[in-house]
Write a new protein. Structure first.
Length: 411
């Protein structure tokens, strides 16, 4: 097999695994914002109830992040990833079948929990696919994987509005569920193609996750979770307040998803050349720009423009933080590290909407909530700069250049 083919195989695996974030984030989580207006009108939901349904999803996400690593140890990385993907798709599809708020909340909780399992364990598989790669290739694989979330946002933005018009909110959930199950066609072969972990089971379970070197990353990631979710929660409401119609909101959503989809490919070469903390800080800086644009004069056109920098950065932060954790730790700790980081991120996501929502109900309106999100992201930049560029405990193979990969990678 040629060297080009050897390099292409992990990239194709990452593309297939990206079906996980596409379902877990794009279809099961963020598409709710597109379906919600029709659900509110048909089911007479208050804003508080609508918000509670999304809080249930965030709480499930936190739960899933906590159980992902133990579940992978018990069932295996591939089995738990694919099983979580199936359950997430089923929960999305089942949302079409009930108008009961408690049942909808339970389904949102379930899809959040299994979606987090998918996101964490798929990240572990993507890291394993590039375990013998150089820094640039490994970063590219993680960026491609997490950009699947952007593809899901783009897909939902294109698919949901026409279905809503023709078949209502129930039809929209059916369409999202069908798309989620269709994603298995890419995820299953990709998960099976990931190289097996040839370390003995006792070695994989040995030792606790060293949290001390991850402390700045954990704090930074939690702040990021609290800050970005304010924008994702309230930007549509802000666009509506500025006079945006359904078509404008759809265009905004599609632009956000498109920017997130291509961002990983553009960022990866630069991130591989920068120190871990500086790379994360740079991406967060672009994210702050996107979060702050709606606060500037210019009204709707400027707010629409914010989709490009925000979409082009928010999923890349996830990839950059994961790549930094990969540098610090041995392969047996990668999945547990991604789970710990996702837990911090999920906790921030639970706190962020409460803080920004409280401000949005005050005299400053939605702009105040958006401003808090931008401020939290700015604080995260300072924390990111505390992340030192070192690879404590990293195996020699991880630090070796691409040409020094062991022959096993050339299967």
């Amino acid at each position: 097999m040629t060297r080009t083919a050897v390099q292409a195989r992990p990239l194709l695996i990452a593309v297939g695994l990206a079906a996980g974030p596409a379902v877990a984030l794009g279809l099961a989580r963020f598409a709710y914002a597109l379906v919600l207006p029709a659900m509110r009108a048909d089911l007479s939901l208050s804003f508080a109830t609508a918000g509670a349904l999304n809080t249930a999803n965030a709480a499930g996400y936190l739960l899933g992040a906590l159980v992902a690593a133990p579940l992978a140890t018990r069932l295996g990385l591939r089995t738990a990833y694919l099983g979580g993907l199936v359950v997430t798709a089923a929960a999305v599809l089942a949302s079409a079948g009930t108008g009961s708020v408690p049942l909808l909340a339970a389904l949102r909780l379930l899809s959040g929990a299994t979606g987090a399992v998918v996101l964490v364990l798929g990240g572990g598989l993507a890291a394993r696919a590039g375990r013998d790669a150089g820094a640039q290739q490994a970063t590219r694989l993680l960026a491609v994987y997490f950009c699947g979330g952007g593809a899901g946002i783009l897909l939902s933005g294109l698919a949901v509005p026409p279905v809503l018009a023709a078949a209502g909110w129930r039809g929209a959930w059916v369409a999202l569920g069908v798309l989620a199950f269709a994603a298995l066609a890419a995820a299953v072969p990709a998960a099976r193609a990931v190289p097996a972990d040839d370390a003995p089971a006792s070695d994989r379970r040995a030792g606790r996750l060293p949290l001390r070197p991850l402390a700045p990353l954990l704090v930074c990631y939690g702040m990021f979770g609290a800050g970005y979710i304010a924008y994702m929660t309230f930007i549509v409401a802000y666009l509506r307040s500025e006079g945006a119609g359904a078509g404008t909101v759809t265009a905004f959503w599609a632009l956000l998803g498109a920017a997130a989809t291509v961002a990983g490919f553009l960022w990866a070469p630069l991130l591989a050349q920068l120190r871990a903390g500086r790379g994360i800080a740079l991406i967060l800086g672009v994210l702050v720009l996107g979060a702050a644009l709606p606060l500037l004069p210019g009204g709707l056109p400027v707010a629409m423009l914010s989709a490009v920098p925000f979409g082009g950065a928010f999923l890349t932060v996830v990839a950059a933080v994961t790549a930094a954790a990969r540098q610090y730790l041995q392969p047996r700790h990668w999945t547990a590290a991604i789970a710990a980081l996702t837990t911090a991120f999920a906790a921030g996501q639970c706190i962020g909407p409460v803080l920004s929502g409280t401000l949005s109900d005050g005299p400053g309106g939605v702009r105040a909530g958006l401003g808090l999100g931008a401020a939290l992201l700015a604080v995260a930049i300072g924390v990111a700069l505390l992340v030192r560029d070192r690879r404590a405990g990293a195996p020699a193979a991880e630090q070796a250049p691409a040409q020094a990969r062991p022959p096993a990678q050339s299967e």
